[in-house]
Structures are given as C-alpha cells and as structure tokens.
Ligand binder design. Structure first.
Ligand code: PHE
Length: 432
C-alpha cells in the first residue's frame, strides 16, 4: 500500500508514475504467464497488470452477504424458473467476446486502451454477453448469468476496472406465439396495477429494425415481453424503496433506442432516481445469427445485460464503487442476504488533491519516421497518449486510495510544439 502524505511521497509517486509510463511505450517481450493453471503466451497484446489479475478469485457476486450477491439473489428470485449460471472463469477468447456476437473488426471496444488482453486470442470478458452463444448452445431457454467483467476506463466514484453484470435471456420456438401473447396480456394487467410510470420513446425504425427473417408479429410480442419482464423487475427492486421515501412521485422508467451488434431492435433502460436519469441496462431481441451459431435456429427471443454495481449503489446507498472491494468488517457486516440495508459510512476522510502535470511523448516527425522505415529499421512507433493508460498507472501505484482523476489543463509549448497535460488526482481512503 502506498502511503501518500509528505512532499517526498509526492516525488516518489511522481517517479513511479513516470517510470511506468515510459514502460508502456516499450513492446513486451515474448514470455509466458500462468493464470488459473493455464499457460498463456504473452505477445504485443498482453496488457493486463497483476493488480487486475488479483481480482479474478474475488467473485463478489458469489460472496455470501455481499451487496452484489444479495442483489443477484433478489433478481434471481424475481425471475422464477430461470436457470442461474455463473461461469468458472473470466478469461474468454476474443472470438466469444466479440466475433461470435458480430462486433466489426474496427469496433473501439476491441482496442488495447479499452480492454484487458492476456494475448491476441484471450482476454478478460468485457461483458456477460460473451457467454450467450455457449449458454444457448447448452439448450437453456430461460437463464440468468452473473459474472465479473473487466474494462479499462476513467477513474471516478462510479467507475472501477472490474464490475459485475447479469445477463438474462428468454427464447421461444415459432409455434409458441399464442402462448407468448397470453403471457404478455397477463403481465400487462399485473403491471397496470403497479404505481410505475413507463416512458417509452423507443421505436422500431429503420435504424432500429425488426429482423427480416422474423415474423413481425412474433418479434413484436418478444420485444413486448422483454419490456414487461424488465419493467416488472425494476418495480420489484426499486418500488419498495420509492414507497418508503418522502418523495410523492411514483417510480419512473424510460426506454430509449440503442444499438448493440448482437440485438435488434435494441434498447437502453433508465430509472429516474434522485433527480436524474440513470442508465441501468442494455437489451434487445437476440440477433438470429447468435442463435444459429448456438445450434438453435428454431428459437427466437430477447436478452438483457445489467450492471449490478450501478443498481446496488442506489439500493444500498453506497456512495463509492471502491467500497464493494472493501474487506473491512465495518463494511461487510452491514449487509445480510435478502435484505436491502442502507449503508452507514463508518469513516469520513477528507479528499486529498494532488495535481500532476507531464509532457506527452514526442511523436516522430513524419520525414524522420519514413527515413527509418526506408532504411529497414522499422518504424519506432510511439504509442499515442490515452487517458485510460494513464489512469491504469495511477491505479497501479495508488490502489484503491485513488478516488478520481480529472483532466484540468493542457499546454502546448509554442517554440518546441510539445504538449503537456495536467491532471488532478484525488486520494481518499474508504477504510482507514
Ligand atoms: N452486453 C451489453 C453491454 O455490456 C448489454 C446487452 C446485453 C445488450 C444483452 C443487449 C443484450 O453493454
């Protein structure tokens, strides 16, 4: 644990950050790495630091009495008859995470600045959708799959490089149209009796169409069932809390059009909470290619993926996402299976701001670079600066003491043309 207190500590921190920053521009040597008893060859894609690999065994979604696990259980109990699944490992192939789901080759999510790779073919899943094909292939028609997911990101109170998602899906065969219609009629009636305001500005349009191979009537019923199922889940989770609050307004949910490579039509759902719209999940009608790939071309249905931390932070009033990783008993003992207790802060430490500025690596001028290539030396490519790389170094040095990293200034030296950036780092301990 890095102690950041005195002037000299700032200099140590600065030195650490800068030495790691220069390491980022080096190409990694080809070595192997053993993770969960499997050996992975390192290559130019390897970018997962030990601090992230250390999260693999934590499995907060399965830790009894942990808020993430409590929420998972609440949702699993709501979706009666859905099979609950939790994959054994967070390591998936890039094929599962992207290709199989129809992500284009140039999708930004594939970049080294956004995802954690073990090598060119294996990575830490960025979403639970990575398991859709294998779960459908195993013959499941109604299922919920919970897991830890990994993304390189900015640093603030609601972003952490590891978080938890729950994927849910339900499929039917084409001859079940009447059954589906009856189910929808029943669900619509139940929902009408709930104090819930549903704003649905989503449409099926040219940019968010039904799939050509689907009977439009069946696709419409599937989208309807998706909406009923999620509205009812949201009411179950938030309704009680809303009723207890002093606010007279009923719970408000909003459906908006979205885009995912593996669903169409696609939607995002937001809940109105404490005066703002909060996005909690993405969903849609499963792209038929996914079910074809899974050997189930006769089935069609919906899928959703929701962020457990986002919802848990609201339900349990947890103000900072780092708290979920706390092993302090003052945090852990506040929660019990089946209960939504309000978190009581046990230590209030002040924020501690430090500003850090640095020059960006100089890019080679094009003439020079061309000359080097012509001479057979190869291009010495300097990696362009990306904020996610910087944030990762900060996390690596400061661990969970870092609360936020905010860009506050930029500067270009007119004479030399060099650029510099300045970031404000805010440290605050959650526990001590
Ligand atoms: N996997 C998507 C995400 O992480 C969410 C999603 C799941 C969207 C299933 C549609 C269907 O953003």
């Amino acid at each position: 644990m890095v102690r950041i207190k005195k002037e000299s500590d700032d200099r140590i921190l600065y030195g650490l950050v800068m030495s790691r920053f220069s390491k980022l521009t080096e190409t990694s040597t080809s070595l192997e790495q053993k993770i969960e008893d499997i050996v992975y060859q390192k290559d130019a894609w390897t970018n997962t630091p030990p601090s992230i690999l250390a999260k693999l065994p934590r499995r907060l979604h399965q830790q009894q009495d942990h808020p993430i696990s409590i929420l998972r259980n609440l949702i699993e109990n709501h979706f009666q008859q859905f099979k609950a699944i939790s994959p054994a490992s967070a390591i998936v192939t890039t094929h599962m995470n992207f290709d199989e789901l129809g992500f284009p080759a140039d999708h930004p999510g594939r970049s080294l600045t956004d995802s954690y790779y073990l090598n060119q073919t294996h990575m830490l899943r960025t979403h639970t959708s990575a398991h859709e094909v294998e779960t459908f292939r195993a013959g499941n028609d109604k299922w919920l799959l919970s897991a830890d997911v990994y993304r390189r990101d900015e640093i603030d109170a609601s972003h952490y490089p590891v978080f938890h998602q729950m994927e849910g899906a339900r499929v039917w065969t084409r001859d079940q149209l009447q059954e589906l219609k009856d189910l929808n009629a029943k669900m619509a009636e139940e929902l009408a009796a709930c104090p819930l305001v549903i704003e649905d500005i989503s449409m099926t349009s040219e940019s968010n169409p039904y799939q050509p191979q689907h009977d439009p009537e069946m696709a419409k019923e599937i989208a309807q069932n998706l909406k009923h199922s999620l509205n009812s889940m949201i009411f179950q989770l938030f309704g009680r809390l809303k009723a207890k609050s002093t606010d007279e307004e009923p719970l408000k949910v909003r459906w908006i059009e979205a885009f995912f490579p593996f669903t169409t039509p696609s939607y995002e759902v937001e809940v109105f909470w404490n005066g703002e719209w909060l996005e909690i999940l993405g969903c849609g009608v499963v792209m038929q290619k996914t079910l074809d790939n899974a050997g189930a071309p006769q089935k069609l249905g919906w899928a959703f993926g929701l962020g457990l931390e986002r919802i848990a932070m609201i339900l349990f009033s947890i103000p900072d996402i780092r708290l979920f990783w706390s092993e302090d008993s003052r945090f852990l003992r506040q929660f019990q299976e089946g209960k939504i207790n309000t978190f009581k802060p046990y230590s209030k430490y002040p924020p501690c701001y430090k500003d850090l500025s640095f020059w960006l690596p100089e890019e080679k001028n094009p003439k020079e670079a061309h000359g080097a290539k012509a001479a057979g030396g190869g291009m010495t490519s300097i990696k362009p600066f990306h904020e996610n790389d910087f944030c990762e170094i900060v996390r690596d040095v400061a661990g969970d003491l870092i609360e936020s990293v905010t860009p506050i200034d930029e500067f270009t030296n007119k004479k030399t043309g060099r650029n510099s950036k300045c970031y404000r780092l805010n440290y605050r301990s959650m526990d001590r």
